[in-house]
Ligand binder design. Structure first.
Ligand code: A2R
Length: 316
């Protein structure tokens, strides 16, 4: 089995390389110029250059392609809507077109979308099944919904073997600090090292989100690659949302000193969805996957990652 990961230089890509190669798959991955990838054959690729994608598919002829490349931050999408649409929509169409044009016609494509696609949902609609209508509430979510719809169209119109994932919040060691768990853990580690006054800046703490460890998420992607049903959309998440407040409380309880909580208006979103929680029965039925790593473990490992990384930076 040979897999190509497009966007393998990002947070999830690094874990997916490990997960797939640890389970006997020959892995190739792409990153943008200037990024680095370890643990597999690496290629540079910008998904805005469609012909380069086709050429790479023809060169490598993988059995399966994981499309992870994206502008992946909701916060950044508010600031850079055009860039987000270009990468997440046009870039995704380029991947689909390349799949259609490639010499090998039986490649499986796993497209990674987002739980954010559900958007403005009714509280009673949770847990959200894959058939729930989408009402994206931010620019990132709208671009991901659009990419997914394109995937469905290519699967039907061109009989392509495509699986679409709606990944809910995931986190773990190495994630960018634009995401909440990583952000709070980083601030806590900075405070512990005396690099910041003992004050943690937070946004909306009442929002409820469904968090899964990235190591569980990539296991889901591998199993979907092996056992997922072609043409289907799958929620990937824990199936149990928690408040951002409870995440903060866990982090503060692990901190080595008392920390004051300060609301930062800059961290409040232009619009925020109160609760997002998936029904994960479809992925369980088709692959046997369910999340296994606890949120407490994810937080502990992420905090230790920042403690170690910042300590090294701070040591002359
Ligand atoms: O933005 P960068 O420099 O970190 O690069 C990201 C890369 N990327 C691209 N790759 C190829 N052509 C482009 N035009 C392009 N623009 C950005 O995709 C990054 O290395 C990778 C995405 O990784 P992350 O931002 O770390 O996202 P993560 O957490 O690994 O999420 C993977 C997927 C994304 O589709 C998310 O929207 C979804 O899971 O939740």
């Amino acid at each position: 089995m040979k897999a190509l990961i497009i966007g393998g230089g990002g947070f999830v890509g690094k874990y997916l390389i490990k997960e797939l190669s640890g389970n006997g798959t020959e892995v190739c991955a792409t990153c943008l110029p200037g990024e680095s990838i370890g643990g597999c054959a690496a290629y540079t690729l910008d998904i805005l250059k469609k012909d380069d994608i086709t050429a790479l598919l023809d060169e490598l002829m993988p059995d399966i392609v994981y499309h992870l490349a994206a502008q992946s931050s909701v916060a950044v999408s508010w600031r850079k809507p055009q860039l987000t649409a270009e990468i997440n929509v046009v870039g995704t169409i380029n991947v689909l077109e390349a799949l259609r044009e490639a010499r090998r016609q039986d490649m499986r494509l796993i497209m990674i979308g987002s739980g954010e696609e559900y958007g403005f949902i009714r509280r009673e609609a949770c847990p959200l099944s894959e058939s729930e209508p989408l009402h994206p509430g931010n620019i990132y979510a709208a671009t991901k919904a659009c990419g997914e719809m394109m995937g469905e169209i290519y699967a039907r119109a061109y009989k392509k073997d495509i699986i679409m994932v709606r990944a809910f919040n995931h986190s773990g060691p190495g994630q960018s600090e634009v995401f909440v768990i990583s952000d709070f853990c980083r601030q806590t580690a900075q405070i512990e090292l005396g690099l910041k006054k003992p004050e943690i800046c937070v946004g909306n703490l009442s929002a409820m989100r469904d968090f899964t460890d990235v190591r569980d998420v990539v296991r889901a992607y591998r199993l979907l690659g092996d056992r997922g049903v072609s043409g289907r959309i799958y929620n990937v998440g824990r199936g149990s949302a928690v408040t951002i407040q409870s995440i903060l409380d866990t982090i503060l309880s692990l901190a080595s000193l008392p920390i004051e909580v300060k609301t930062d208006p800059a961290r409040m979103r232009a619009s925020d969805i109160p609760v997002i929680e998936p029904d994960v029965s479809r992925i369980y039925a088709d692959t046997g996957w369910r999340a296994e790593i606890t949120i407490e473990q994810t937080i502990q490992d992420t905090l230790d990652f920042w403690r170690e990384g910042l300590r090294q930076q701070d040591t002359p």
